[in-house]
Design a binder for this molecule. Structure first.
Ligand SMILES: *Cc1c(COP(=O)(O)O)cnc(C)c1O
Length: 372
């Protein structure tokens, strides 16, 4: 194993500009810390960027998902098809709202919900009302096939786009395909506000119900129409978001450039599989994820020793976590998700990295000997 004196390359790092910092100071100096012009501006700008009619800012991606599940019009006890290969918040939103997740296997090449597996599940399972898809690692799901299945079965489509700000299929951005989409602005995401999220939709009724729920169920001041909560975004967060959005395309272009350099440097290695980009979709590389069939943990240790941060997203498919086993989902059959959890390893690709650091990563991986 090799050690290094160079600074560790982190797996993720937010890229904040001097302008972002000045804007935060301006918010502080204004004294208006909540429910003001920046939240409205960020909602308008982000939904407009995607090509959606409405945005309702939230305190996190998790709360955005919960809000959508509550206002999307599902009947009590509805079943919701979703992927077990995601961050736990995806399935938690379903369970917390009293619905039943139906875990369906992924496609081993995209790591996203397999359209064939979704069709099979619909044949076997009555009472499915919604399809909650995740565009994992920044790669859009196979939208043509999934939207056609949803149309045939009259499913409400919800997108968890927490990892896919700016990703597109053809000219259409993800987050605009379904009834509503949830975005996250956590620091590791392609666009950050610290903590934060947004519900994005074209449906004015859904947007209004979401806004009410986010803001203690108020239709106007002290008029409580529904049992809401406080899921609001702060002005400071929204002000950061406006600046981040202005640079999102540039940051995504750098992620893509870094990804292409990694692919160029690693493509001849037979012991690992690199991420693929289908012709009709634009991957925004929230993560650059290797599949390493037999040596994943040893490669991770080697890279740590070389000063390169790595992470496994995700080491346990959701249905196999202690909570979901206890809830009775442990026996769901998702062999591809289980295999992926044992084989994936994400390496740094974020836009703060330049070509020199990318080459350090390439060389460190090339020095790894999978035989011992
Ligand atoms: C980050 C993330 C979330 C949750 O977002 P938070 O802002 O961290 O609450 C939900 N789903 C996916 C797929 C995520 O990556």
């Amino acid at each position: 194993m090799q050690t290094t004196s160079q600074p560790t390359i982190p797996i993720a790092a937010p890229l904040l500009s001097d302008e972002d910092k000045r804007r935060v100071l301006a918010v502080l100096e204004s004294g208006h810390l909540v429910a003001g012009r920046w939240v409205r501006e960020f909602e308008r700008a982000f939904s407009g960027y995607l090509g959606a009619g409405h945005g309702a800012a939230t305190s996190s991606g998790t709360t955005a998902l919960e809000v959508i599940l509550e206002v999307a019009g599902l009947v009590p006890g509805a079943r919701v098809i979703t992927t077990p290969f995601s961050f736990v918040a995806t399935a938690n939103a379903v369970v917390r709202r009293g619905y039943t997740p139906v875990f369906v296997d992924i496609d081993p090449e995209t790591y996203n919900l397999s359209p064939d597996a979704v069709s099979d599940a619909l044949r076997r399972t009555p009472g499915v009302q919604a399809l909650l898809m995740v565009h994992l690692y920044g790669l859009p799901c196979r939208m043509g096939a999934l939207m056609e299945i949803a149309r045939r079965h009259h499913l409400i489509v919800i997108e968890d786009a927490a990892q896919a700000h700016g990703a597109s299929v053809g000219t259409r951005k993800v987050g605009t395909f379904g009834a509503a989409a949830a975005f996250s602005f956590y620091p590791s995401k392609n666009l950050t506000t610290g903590e934060g999220g947004m519900v994005v939709t074209d449906d004015p009724g859904l947007a209004e119900r979401a806004r009410m729920l986010i803001n203690v169920g108020q239709s106007s001041q002290y008029v409580y129409e529904t049992l809401g909560s406080n899921y609001r975004m702060t002005e400071i967060a929204a002000a950061i978001g406006v600046g981040q959005l202005a640079r999102l395309d540039e940051h995504n272009a750098r992620r893509r450039q870094n990804a292409h350099s990694l692919t160029e440097g690693l493509q001849d290695l037979e012991w690992l599989t690199l991420p693929r980009e289908p012709r009709d979709a634009t991957h925004v590389y929230h993560q650059y994820t290797l599949r390493v069939p037999h040596h994943r943990d040893r490669l991770a240790q080697h890279l740590t020793a070389c000063g390169i941060g790595t992470r496994v997203y995700y080491p346990t498919p959701i249905h196999r976590s202690p909570l979901y086993r206890r809830l009775g989902y442990g026996e769901a059959r998702c062999p591809e998700a289980e295999r992926a959890a044992e084989e994936v390893l994400s390496i740094p690709v974020h836009p703060a990295l330049g070509e020199e650091q990318i080459q350090r990563i390439v060389h460190a991986i090339r020095r790894f000997d999978p035989r011992h």
